[in-house]
Design a protein around this ligand. Structure first.
Ligand SMILES: *Cc1c(COP(=O)(O)O)cnc(C)c1O
Length: 361
């Protein structure tokens, strides 16, 4: 079936080796692998669960953890829910998740009551916002952070496992020694005020890994949560390649359904495209145009990179993608398969689209 997302399990495993090696440079930094971009594909999660360097398996959707629960258990890893729990999913969170990220005391109270009902202990990582302005208690409200930590610590069936920060997501704020040190200072204030030791200080996602090599990951940070770094090999702070990773562990294949010579400029008055955008066209004269049976419902056209570098991407509507294959040595024809390396946006959309099949290498 085409289009299809091709996942190379061995290459993905190699990418985990590579990021684990970086994390290990900074002794005592545990590795949390994030599975949401592939919708927690079962074969990939099984590999992650069996990988000896991985400590935690994390996702933002509780459904993704539920469907992989047995594999995560069999691999001896702990499951982590990254997105703050909704009131509706508390029962499943307590049942299937070992550690959840939280910033609202009312939610933690519900988790505590549910954990009591299920006769379980549930671990909580309290999120602190140091400036990216997504989830977490704002770092300047120290009293609120300490008071929340104190109240969680006083609950019978919830354990305050640690602190976490998220960056480079909404506000695109880059993790630095300074803002991560702020998190560590808050951790120490909590420890002093509440009289506990926090197990985990989770210092961010794939945008924090570059700090290890620079020796600028503060001492108390002892966990990194990596999605894109292991999927695509990217440091997402500055977009550099991580050593020993590959960028073609995940590819997307689509089929040519039309191939014709036509002008590169549309004929007639230009309005807006299917997404309300005013398009821009470059006049390349008459070109060989291929249409692929894939569209923006299945991928993000700005993060599709043809493996055949002689192909240019012209654009895409919901169900069609247009290529200029004029300069390609290969003589493309209708029915041929074109393969792409992907950026994060396309991985996410392709994995989510029910119209995209899955294949493994
Ligand atoms: C998605 C997510 C991650 C992983 O992000 P990457 O950039 O893919 O490494 C880590 N933490 C949280 C809270 C997330 O939502």
């Amino acid at each position: 079936m085409y289009p299809r997302l091709v996942m190379d399990i061995e290459k993905l495993s190699g990418n985990i080796d590579a990021v684990a090696e970086i994390a290990k440079e900074r002794g005592g930094c545990s590795l949390m692998i994030v599975t949401k971009a592939l919708c927690a594909d079962e074969k990939v999660v099984k590999m992650i669960a069996e990988h000896p360097a991985v400590n935690y398996i994390a996702d933002s959707r509780v459904q993704n953890i539920m469907k992989n629960y047995d594999a995560i258990r069999a691999g001896g890893k702990e499951s982590v829910l990254l997105r703050l729990p909704m009131a509706d999913e508390i029962e499943n969170v307590v049942k299937y998740v070992d550690i959840s990220f939280n910033s609202e005391i009312s939610t933690v109270e519900m988790l505590n009551e549910e954990a009591d009902r299920q006769g379980k202990k549930h671990k909580v990582v309290l999120m602190v916002d140091v400036g990216d302005l997504r989830e977490g208690i704002f770092f300047r409200n120290e009293d609120e952070i300490i008071e929340t930590a104190r109240r969680i610590n006083g609950m019978s069936n919830v354990e305050l496992f640690g602190l976490g920060v998220n960056l480079t997501c909404y506000g695109a704020i880059i993790p630095k020694y300074d803002n991560l040190s702020t998190l560590c200072e808050i951790a120490e204030k909590i420890e002093a005020a509440v009289g506990i030791r926090l197990n985990m200080i989770s210092g961010g996602n794939s945008s924090s890994i570059y700090l290890v090599d620079k020796g600028e990951l503060p001492e108390r940070i002892n966990n990194l949560r990596l999605g894109e770094a292991f999927l695509l090999g990217n440091d997402t702070a500055y977009g550099t390649r991580l050593p020993k990773t590959v960028d073609d562990a995940i590819t997307l294949e689509a089929q040519i359904i039309e191939l014709k010579e036509k002008p590169s400029l549309p004929i007639g008055e230009v309005g807006v495209d299917a997404f309300g955008q005013k398009p821009y066209y470059e006049d390349r004269g008459i070109i060989k145009r291929a249409i692929l049976a894939i569209g923006q419902q299945d991928m993000d056209r700005d993060s599709m990179y043809p493996v055949d570098e002689q192909i240019d991407v012209l654009g895409a509507s919901s169900d069609h993608m247009l290529l200029d294959v004029s300069k390609a040595d290969r003589q493309y024809k209708v029915g041929d398969i074109v393969s792409f390396r992907l950026g994060y946006g396309s991985v996410l959309k392709a994995a989510t689209s029910p119209y995209v099949g899955k294949a493994y290498k």
